[in-house]
Design a binder for this molecule. Structure first.
Ligand code: NAD
Ligand code: UFG
Length: 335
């Protein structure tokens, strides 16, 4: 039973990854400061898996405590999810983002080094590519993030590369996620944003459950099939399984950068249509001007993940929408 330290493990992607880890025979040791998630998620993970979870409320800036946890539980690798992720907020509060996402990660890496642990899987984002110069986006597409959140992700990627150059004993995997959506099929965990959702699918599901009157669609004049933005939506369970592959292969990963996406893009209107079918609910929407900083279309070239991990996304948008609806209708107000 290998212990894996999971930072941000009560968050959306972290909680689903913990479930998949347990089901693959690993033992997640969760740390989270609960700034964007709830303690109750630990109970939900335990309910799904039937296993007792080790959880410590801890900030990634708390170097001493992290060092102690790594040693106490003899952790064999870290999956680092903890961070802030709201693009708009990062534009108005850059220091908060650099401090949490970059300084926080430096503290974590420092604690790992002190504890003699040099294996890490890092949650990066397709947002580091910025405006696509070509599609699909391969890992060697130039990086040029257009928002501060994306810049913090790129800064961490660069730090990780530098520590590997200085000390080739490190084993590092940088995962660039496309658009994670969906929920565990138990309906017990899912995307549970605080306040008004920034992202499309939680907004749609909150309209369906009556928490919001309608969806604003940001732009219908893009150069896409129906004028609305196109993204590569990936089921969070597929994404979580990508992390299991990264952990299985970690000893051979020396700073690998890997896209986790499906390779297919869907428009906002296509996602609404699919959600309406899965939920039997009508989603009211209004067209609004484009959202600042949004790109027209992006989708991944997922072939590197297939080659290195023997992994590919299996669940389609119908599955994504059914699982979102199960989660939202079982938890209309979140957990
Ligand atoms: P989330 O907010 O649900 O989870 C992040 C967790 O980290 C939360 O539980 C939060 O409480 C915790 N956290 C934040 N700062 C912390 C700190 N200083 N110390 C300890 N815990 C802290 O977000 P998520 O969607 O699960 O995203 C996980 C990671 O994946 C993030 O790094 C995010 O940037 C990245 N990512 C997410 C998306 C997406 O669309 N969801 C896309 C690309 C990349
Ligand atoms: N959209 C709407 N109305 C909404 C929300 C979104 O029309 O209320 C549209 C957007 O304009 C876009 C699409 O739905 O065309 C998807 O938007 P999201 O906000 O769900 O996702 P983004 O692609 O903008 O960004 C997400 C994450 C980022 C991450 C990026 C990776 O929020 O953190 O995917 O590609 F970096």
């Amino acid at each position: 039973m290998k212990n894996i330290l999971i930072t941000g493990g009560t968050g959306y992607i972290g909680s689903h990854t913990c479930v998949e880890l347990i089901e693959s025979g690993y033992n997640p040791i969760i740390i989270d400061n609960l700034s964007n998630s709830k303690r109750k998620i630990v109970d939900r993970i335990e309910k799904i898996t039937g296993k007792k979870i080790i959880f410590e409320k801890c900030d990634i800036s708390d170097k001493k405590n992290i060092e102690r946890i790594i040693k106490e539980f003899n952790c064999e690798a870290v999956i680092h999810f903890a961070g802030f992720k709201a693009v708009g907020e990062s534009q108005t509060n850059p220091l908060m983002y650099y401090k949490n996402n970059v300084s926080g990660t430096i503290n974590l890496l420092d604690a790992m080094k002190s504890a003699g642990l040099k294996k890490i899987v890092f949650s990066s984002s397709a947002t580091v590519y910025g405006k696509p110069k070509f599609l699909p986006l391969t890992e060697d597409h130039p990086v040029s993030p257009e928002n501060i959140y994306g810049k913090t992700k790129l800064a961490v990627e660069n730090i990780l590369r530098d520590i590997f150059i200085a000390d080739p004993d490190w084993r590092i995997c940088i995962l660039r996620y496309f658009n994670p959506v969906g929920a565990h099929n138990s309906g017990l965990i899912g995307d549970d944003p605080k306040g008004i959702p920034n992202n499309l699918m939680p907004f749609i599901s909150q309209v369906a459950v009556g928490r919001r009157s309608h969806l604003n669609i940001w732009g219908n004049d893009y150069n896409t099939n129906d004028g609305t933005g196109v993204r590569d939506y990936i089921h969070v369970i597929d994404l979580a399984q990508g992390h299991i592959k990264a952990i299985e292969k970690i000893n051979s990963l020396k700073g690998a950068v890997i896209n986790l996406g499906t390779g297919r893009g869907y428009s906002v209107l296509e996602m609404i249509q699919s959600f309406e079918k899965a939920s039997a609910k009508k989603i009211k929407y209004e067209f609004r001007p484009r959202r600042d900083g949004d790109i027209e279309i992006n989708y991944a070239d997922p072939s590197k993940a297939k080659e290195i991990f023997n992994w590919e996304a299996k669940l389609d948008i119908n599955e994504m929408c059914k699982d979102i609806w199960r989660w939202q209708s079982m938890n209309p107000k979140g957990v």
